[in-house]
Ligand binder design. Structure first.
Ligand SMILES: O=P(O)(O)OC[C@@H](O)[C@@H](O)c1c[nH]c2ccccc12
Length: 260
């Protein structure tokens, strides 16, 4: 079983993956943030690579990305930084990056350096399944899982195909739009999540817009866990460490996994 799938299912509870933007506040703060999220009970951590044209991102993550770029963050520096403390991190680390920084880095070199830094998976929102072969051979060679996304508008046939290929977990996007905290979800969400769950044997985690403990519990009724980004970034900015701990642990009260 791959490391990500194992980490997300072995506790039997709903999973929680926080997202942070690498280099927001300076790369020297990355280690303490990751260690804190790990200590709070995060089951894996998603690390964003800042990029100038983040087409899937809303204002909170866009601004975090601009701050990170201004402080001189690059993909290379992120990997070098993680390399220095990788032995202290036991939860899987998943990079979220657009395609452009990967191409600029060189896919094979990236896969080697990422594996060397202890990275377990990658989310690439602008890589459609038709183009996956661009990265898959290098990722497979280095044991890096490609995390695939499905959305409310993905046709059923395509969801099934993605479900059949999936490694790590399936990222079910809960909104037709961009990242960012939201107050409520569409009434189609529950049916969509139930259908995605039926299409795959890896865990299904829902993300985009989840920003309160109540929403964590609501969304977890129909999937195996959640991914929370913008709200975590807000709480970090306010230095509300207790708030982060409470949000991360809300997955524990969200029930047992319906994962088969
Ligand atoms: O910020 P939100 O609404 O909680 O959404 C999760 C999210 O931040 C993270 O998974 C993410 C940030 N940027 C992305 C781009 C594509 C897919 C996912 C992401």
């Amino acid at each position: 079983m791959d490391k990500i799938k194992k980490a997300l299912t072995e506790k039997g509870k709903k999973a929680f993956i926080p997202y942070i933007m690498a280099g927001d506040g300076g790369l020297e703060t990355l280690e303490e943030k990751l260690l804190y999220l790990q200590e709070c009970g995060a089951d894996a951590i998603e690390i964003g690579i800042p990029f100038s044209d983040p087409v899937a991102d809303g204002p909170t993550i866009q601004k975090a990305g601009i701050r990170a770029l201004r402080s001189g963050t690059t993909l290379r520096k992120v990997l070098e930084t993680i390399q220095t403390f990788k032995n202290e991190i036991s939860v899987p680390l998943i990079l979220m990056t657009y395609m452009n920084p990967l191409v600029a880095y060189g896919i094979e070199k990236f896969a080697e350096d990422a594996a060397e830094a202890g990275i377990s998976g990658c989310i690439i929102p602008d890589l459609p399944i038709e183009e996956e072969n661009f990265v898959l051979p290098a990722f497979e060679q280095q044991g890096i899982s490609l995390i695939r996304l499905v959305t409310l508008t993905t046709p059923v046939e395509r969801i099934r195909e993605i479900g059949a290929r999936a490694t790590g977990f399936i990222y079910a996007v809960t909104v037709t739009g961009i990242t960012g905290a939201r107050n409520n979800f569409s009434k189609e969400l529950a049916g969509f999540l139930d259908m995605v769950k039926k299409s795959s044997s890896v865990p299904v985690l829902a993300g985009f817009g989840v920003s309160s403990e109540e929403q964590v519990r609501e969304v977890c009724q129909h999937c195996d866990g959640v991914i929370v980004g913008s709200k975590i970034i807000d709480l970090l900015e306010q230095n509300d460490l207790a708030g982060i701990k409470q949000l991360v642990s809300s997955a524990e009260e969200a029930g047992l996994q319906i994962y088969k």
